[in-house]
Write a protein that binds this ligand. Structure first.
Ligand code: GDG
Length: 513
């Protein structure tokens, strides 16, 4: 991709942001910039690429193109100039304290997140939060409007920015606009709760391609479009009128009335990881030595089970602990031969539901350790901090059983990372049916995390599984994860986007022929 210095005046660009410094042919818009500000040993501030699902997925993609990434740097206030890090051009968007509270912690993480994860926790609906969501979406869109070159491709990410495609479509019809939703899209019966459901769907329909993790998510979205607007849909295609005044459920769809329509594609593109990079890390002698050290530090138990999650109620950490605690109580496992390591990386620490969840989890861990731990052996080794990626890989290598017990999860990259590093074809993945990953990783031991007895029996089955069966399963899983990596994911998405760009192909009259 080319990166050009802007001409002083490009009259056709409609932007409320007046400054224009550079224009890019490829722009990523995501809530967060892929960097965290850290303090160096000498006290100086510097940037470091940050962990997390989206960053993990897009980092290799961004390093291959000359584009820009628009996002929030992660702390409130403070205007930052655009800068470059690790070959990625960063365009920081400023959020005030109130924006963080209303748009991010409020509407994104206390309204949309629980609603889209099947109402595992009760969503909160506040009109002030919605107003902030609209304003902040406008701010992100304005930045994209001002830095995207004529005919550029803009790829918008995730539930925090669902209004951005619609704003871009209005202001810059020359752009090719993609949107990818990293979390599930709920069934209409749940989505319908949202007081601003029409605005959200309208915002998303501004994109040429709307990507989801699972085909079920894409179907849920198409159904919402039919129910709310009556637009014609067929398979992965949706026909949307150019004129927003045609947003009407009454009568036949606009496409059938011969009105000019755009074709939008809504389909699944299951995200993955940079599998080869993980596999390479796992070959490093220092990582292998660290994995051995971890086992030794734990007293070389026969079985190490591992959970790695952001501390989030969608991840089913409590269900996993409940099952594990009951196995100890019933004497089906003991602390000398089995250890559970639970990494719960800090997340959304000012949102009430997360504060309560942390308390619950830590009480449960304390109780299990109090009841069953010995001087030499903890039942659960619990860590509430983030680790460097190499340490994560060492943990994966050190563990015999990986526990992914999400109650609902868009994909779950941890499951794929565990598989990618196991070049020894050993290790067992216990995987919740309610993850996007389960659609693909059929050779895992699939569980329903709500069925505690089922989870317990599966844990025992994993502990007792023969070497031959472990290897057979892991070999099959590895084939899937190594073949379908993150590069394939982004290529598939961008190819579909190129193919279905309204800016490049114009509109249609009428819909599905
Ligand atoms: C969302 C969706 C979807 C975690 N702790 C540390 C650390 N991590 C890394 C993991 C993994 C990533 O963060 C977590 O990704 P997940 O996919 O498991 O979950 P979410 O954060 O909820 O991500 C999810 C994803 O977006 C991508 O579309 O799969 O469904 O919810 O890569 O390894 N990494 C390091 N230290 C930690 O302490 N280095």
């Amino acid at each position: 991709m080319r990166h050009r210095i802007a001409e002083p005046e490009r009259g056709r660009i409609v932007a409320s942001t007046s400054q224009k410094t550079a224009e890019f042919d490829f722009v990523v818009v995501a809530n967060r910039l892929p960097v965290d500000s850290v303090t160096g040993p000498d006290g100086s501030q510097m940037w470091r690429l940050s962990p997390g699902g989206l960053v993990t997925a897009l980092e290799p993609v961004m390093q291959g193109v000359d584009g820009a990434w628009i996002g929030w740097p992660g702390s409130a206030n403070g205007d930052l100039e655009p800068f470059e890090h690790d070959g990625i051009k960063m365009e920081p968007v400023t959020l005030s304290e109130l924006d963080v509270e209303y748009y991010y912690e409020g509407f994104s993480n206390d309204t949309l997140w629980p609603l889209y994860h099947d109402v595992i926790a009760q969503p909160t609906y506040h009109r002030e939060w919605w107003d902030a969501y609209r304003e902040v979406n406008q701010r992100f869109a304005d930045r994209a409007i001002s830095i995207a070159a004529e005919g550029a491709t803009v790829w918008v990410h995730d539930y925090q920015l669902q209004l951005v495609p619609g704003i871009l479509r209005e202001a810059r019809p020359d752009l090719t606009i993609g949107f990818f939703n990293h979390i599930p899209f709920p069934a209409y019966g749940l989505f319908a709760q949202l007081p601003w459901r029409k605005q959200i769907v309208r915002g998303l329909l501004g994109a040429d391609v709307i990507g989801f993790q699972r085909s079920a998510d894409a179907s849920n979205f198409s159904r919402a479009v039919r129910r709310l607007f009556g637009f014609e849909t067929k398979g992965t295609r949706i026909w949307v009128p150019h004129d927003a005044s045609q947003d009407d459920v009454a009568g036949s769809p606009p496409s059938r009335k011969g009105l000019p329509v755009r074709r939008v594609v809504a389909r699944h593109f299951p995200i993955s990881i940079d599998s080869a990079a993980y596999a390479r890390l796992a070959q490093k002698p220092s990582v292998i030595a660290r994995a051995k050290q971890i086992r030794e530090d734990l007293g070389n138990p026969k079985t190490i089970m591992l959970g790695v999650d952001r501390l989030d109620y969608t991840k089913g950490i409590r269900h996993r602990l409940k099952a594990y605690g009951e196995l100890l109580r019933e004497g089906r496992i003991d602390v000398e031969s089995t250890t559970l390591i639970q990494v719960a990386s800090p997340s959304r620490e000012r949102v009430g539901t997360y504060i309560a969840l942390r308390d619950q989890i830590e009480r449960t861990v304390g109780r299990i350790n109090g009841d069953y731990g010995t001087i030499g052996h903890s039942a659960v080794v619990y860590m509430h901090h983030g680790y460097p990626r190499e340490e994560m890989v060492a943990l994966y290598l050190a563990s015999d059983v990986m526990l992914v017990t999400s109650l609902r999860d868009g994909m779950n990259l941890v499951a794929k990372e565990y598989v990618a590093v196991r070049a020894d074809n050993d290790g067992i993945l216990i995987l919740s049916e309610f993850t996007g990953a389960a659609d693909d990783l059929k050779q895992a031991l699939l569980i329903n995390p709500h069925d505690i007895d089922g989870v317990k029996n599966t844990m025992i089955r994993a502990i007792e599984m023969s070497t031959a069966e472990r290897r057979r399963r892991m070999r099959a899983l590895r084939r899937r994860v190594l073949e379908n990596d993150v590069a394939k994911w982004s290529e598939a998405f961008l190819e579909e986007l190129e193919h279905n760009s309204t800016a490049r192909s114009g509109s249609e009259n009428g819909g599905a022929q």
